[in-house]
Write a protein that binds this ligand. Structure first.
Ligand code: OGA
Ligand code: MN
Length: 276
C-alpha cells in the first residue's frame, strides 16, 4: 500500500489496495489512520460492485441509511447521487459536513465515481483542524464552550433545496427535517485528539442561547475563514475513483460547473459518534 499526499494541507492517494479483495486487519488499520491523517483519501481505478462498496464501508462501522434521500434500487445503504444532462441543481452544492443534523453524524463517507463529466464536477474539501489552529487565541477561547444548533430544515424541509419531486421529503421525515440537535462548536477528534471547528453553513442554524441575528456574523466569519484557499484541497474526479473523507474533520462542496453533462456517484456513509 503506497500513500502519496495530494497537497500540503490535506488529501492523499492510496495505491496498491484492491477494494474487491478481503483486507487483513493491518491494512484496514492503515487505511483508517490515513483517513485521519489526511482527511481525504482516494483509491484510483477501482472496479467494485455495490456489494463490495457496502462491504468496504462496513469495516469502518455501521452504515447510515440517509433519512431524506432516495437510495440505489435494492441497496438502501447506497445513495445514488446522479445529475442528468438536463438537470440544473446538484447535490452537495454548498459547503457542508454530511448529516451534522444527526446526534451522531457520520465518521466518513465513501464516494465511488461511476460517471464524470469531461470537465468540471470537482469537489472541494476543507481541513477544519487547520482552520481551527489558525484562529487567534482569543477566538479559540471564546468558541471553546459554545454550542451550535444544527438542523436539516434549510436543505430538506418544505421549501428547502431538496424538498422537491426528485428528492421528496417523505412525509414522516418532514418532521425529522425540522428537528434540531446540539453540537460543540469546537470538537475534539475522537481518534487524533486534535481540536477542530465543527460548524457548516448548510446545517448549522445558530449558537445555543443566542439569536440567529447574533450568531450570523460570527458563523459567517468562521465559514469564510475555514474555506479560504489555504485550507482547501480540490479533487478532480476520474471515473472509478473511490474516495473517502473524514466527515469529523472536514467540510466539502460539490461544484456545479458541468451543465449539460451527466455525473453519477454512489455514496456509502459510515455512522460516527456523538461529537464532544
Ligand atoms: C456527498 C456530496 C459530493 C459530490 O456525497 O456527500 O456532498 O462530489 N457530494 O458529489
Ligand atoms: Mn456531502
Amino acid at each position: 500500500m503506497e500513500i502519496t499526499p495530494l497537497c500540503s494541507m490535506m488529501g492523499a492517494r492510496i495505491e496498491g489496495v484492491d477494494l474487491t479483495a478481503a483486507r487483513d486487519n493491518a491494512t484496514t488499520d492503515a487505511i483508517q489512520q490515513a483517513l485521519v491523517d489526511y482527511g481525504f483519501i482516494v483509491f484510483p481505478d477501482q472496479h467494485i460492485t455495490p456489494e463490495e462498496h457496502i462491504a468496504f464501508g462496513a469495516q469502518f462501522g455501521p452504515l447510515n441509511v440517509h433519512p431524506h434521500m432516495e437510495s440505489l434500487e435494492g441497496h438502501p445503504e447506497i445513495l445514488n447521487i446522479k445529475k442528468e444532462p438536463e438537470e440544473t441543481a446538484n447535490f452537495g452544492g454548498g459547503w457542508h459536513t454530511d448529516l451534522t443534523f444527526l446526534e451522531e453524524p457520520p465518521l466518513g463517507s465513501i464516494l465511488y465515481a461511476r460517471e464524470v463529466p469531461p470537465l468540471g464536477g470537482d469537489t472541494l474539501y476543507a481541513n477544519m483542524i487547520a482552520a481551527y489552529d489558525a484562529l487567534s487565541e482569543g477566538m479559540k477561547e471564546m468558541l471553546e464552550c459554545m454550542v451550535a444548533i444544527h438542523s436539516a430544515s434549510r436543505i430538506y424541509a418544505q421549501g428547502g433545496v431538496y424538498a422537491n419531486d426528485k428528492h421528496p421529503a417523505k412525509n414522516k421525515e418532514e418532521q425529522a427535517a425540522l428537528a434540531t440537535c446540539e453540537h460543540p462548536v469546537v470538537r475534539t477528534h475522537p481518534v487524533s485528539g486534535r481540536k477542530l471547528l465543527f460548524v457548516n453553513p448548510s446545517f448549522t442554524l445558530r449558537f445555543k442561547n443566542m439569536r440567529k441575528s447574533e450568531s450570523r456574523p460570527i458563523l459567517q466569519y468562521l465559514y469564510n475563514h475555514s474555506t479560504t484557499a489555504e485550507f482547501v484541497y480540490r479533487h478532480q474526479w476520474t471515473v472509478n475513483d473511490v474516495a473517502m473523507w473524514d466527515n469529523r474533520s472536514t467540510q466539502h462542496y460539490a461544484l456545479n460547473d458541468y451543465q449539460g453533462h451527466r455525473r453519477v456517484m454512489h455514496r456509502v456513509t459510515v455512522d460516527g459518534d456523538r461529537p464532544f
